[in-house]
Design a protein around this ligand. Sequence first.
Ligand SMILES: [Fe+2]
Length: 241
Amino acid sequence: MMKQQFENYTQEDFKVWETLFERQVENLQDKSCQEYLECLRELNPVLNSANIPRFEELNNVLFKKTGWTIEVVPGLIPVGDFFELLSQKKFCSSTWLRSMAQLDYLEEPDMFHDIFGHIPLFMNKEYGDFAQQMGRIGVQFKNSEDVLLELQRLYWFTIEFGLLKTTETKIYGAGIISSFSETNIVYESETEILPFNLDEIINADFRNDTIQTKYFLLESFDQLYEALNKYEERLMSLACL
Ligand SMILES: [Fe+2]
């Protein structure tokens, strides 16, 4: 099992973390969903701009609240392994940080994306249940390429790039939450925002090398969980044929 080597972080790493964190928290105040901001507040003692978070401390708080923990990975891992970890309430994170020169450009997810973007919402039970359920289905259908592809699309348009409608459109997807520019782009008029529709999502191709051109707007995290249950029922009945 890999571990975070805290002593390896440089002065620049601390500066990058502080800069990204402060800039994005301010940017998100009126743009991210309340659920995310509440989770972030709750995690503040162990997740703040003053210090690069220690995974051990984050894990203690996270585990106590919802049973989730962070699993350190070297980078992107095979999708089957990823779903298996989700089913065990483990969320993958890298430990490296982008450089000061690359604040807004990233080829692979770094720790700011993985931790700041993803981890807070795992303090929210409904959200975590959805992610775990998605992992379980991934494990159950690990030999079906079709199902794995559909789940990846669902993951992409929800956990990575999902929007949540409260009184107005708010962000919950980690890919947006951890990106200063994409957070603002969502509110531009050219952006296509569609109502959440699982069937449309599982058939929608996505690109991971550019800003998204469409987003799906969820009514509540419950809606997410219910849609996934219906999807699973459908898969099970197909599997019985
Ligand atoms: Fe991500």
